[in-house]
Write a protein that binds this ligand. Structure first.
Ligand code: DAK
Length: 261
């Protein structure tokens, strides 16, 4: 399947989603959101894909936000609500994927673009990247979960600082604040994302899928409930063929061969 605003490639178990509207710095219009939804569905249905990388076409932007010319035409609260819900649904589907989703932020990730990166599991950035939530400069609040994911990622004070100021944060500062996990020279970013994807996919597939789910669900629970949830997952993994294989391979001083069972 080909898409108008997204490039979607699969190689050696790693899928790369490239947001591809460079004339608008890859801004998210309704058509692109529909395509992203279809791509995420395709990934969910393809167990040969073990990891996902999301990046932006061109050298300037990951995604420069929602398409401002489209937002400008929204005339009713219902239309705005539907626009909001459309991407919420995609982001929750991404969270439910067993595959890790890595954002390779190769330039501006602003507004909806930063919200997309925040909905990914891990954020890597190029040295020229800039992130921010400038919605208040347009008379809006982040409408795709950005303020709330940011609050969970870096705390209430920093979330308020970033959302209320609308300030753009350069990569080095974003790293210091915990908005991104690693920063690389621009020409090394995609290679680093692939290397991280390969590192993760060398590990036991059920364990990595359930580790992602544990951290995602655990973030929504009290610590007491979260550790009870962890105990269930841990017990479940102890009975898998992969746990037997992983521990046996260690004792036999050989690499493990995973079955995903
Ligand atoms: N939408 C549409 N076009 C955009 C765009 C965007 N977000 N960002 C850039 N472009 C277009 C520019 O208009 C320009 O088009 P032409 O003039 O060449 O036709 C082209 O991309 C190149 O951009 P610039 O010429 O501006 O490039 P510069 O290097 O000078 O500046 C920049 C780069 C990223 C600093 C600048 O383009 C910029 O400030 N862009 C806008 C950033 C921004 O404010 N993004 C939107 C954040 S608000 C909602 C849910 C969510 C949202 C809204 C509603 N509902 C549920 C209703 C989310 C809102 C947001 O994302």
């Amino acid at each position: 399947m080909t898409y108008e605003n997204i490039l979607f490639e699969r190689t050696d178990g790693i899928a790369v989603i490239t947001m591809n509207r460079p004339r608008a710095l890859n801004a998210l219009n309704a058509a692109t959101i529909g395509e992203l939804n279809a791509v995420v569905d395709a990934i969910a249905a393809d167990s040969s894909i073990r990891a996902v990388i999301i990046t932006g076409a061109g050298e300037k932007a990951f995604v420069a936000g929602a398409d401002i010319s489209e937002i400008n035409t929204v005339t009713s609260a219902l239309q705005g609500t539907q626009l909001s819900e459309s991407l919420h649904a995609v982001f929750f589907k991404m969270a439910e994927l067993p595959q890790v989703v890595i954002a390779a932020i190769n330039g501006f990730a602003l507004g909806g673009g930063f919200e997309l990166a925040l909905a990914c599991d891990i954020r890597l950035a190029s040295e020229n990247a800039q992130v921010g939530l400038p919605e208040v400069t347009l008379g809006l609040v982040p409408g795709w979960g950005g303020a709330l994911r940011l609050q969970r990622l870096v705390g209430t004070g920093m979330a308020k600082y970033l959302v209320l100021s609308g300030e753009r944060i350069k990569a080095a500062e974003a790293l210091r604040l915990g908005l991104v996990e690693k920063v690389y020279p621009a020409e090394e970013l995609l290679g680093a994302a692939h290397a991280l994807a390969r590192t993760i996919t060398k590990n036991a597939p059920l364990a990595t899928a359930l580790a992602k789910r544990l951290i995602n669900r655990g973030a929504e629970m009290s610590l007491r409930d979260a550790v009870a949830y962890e105990t269930g997952i841990f017990g479940q993994l102890c009975t898998t063929a992969d746990c037997k294989e992983g521990t046996t391979a260690f004792l036999e001083k050989r690499p493990a061969v995973w079955q995903g069972e």
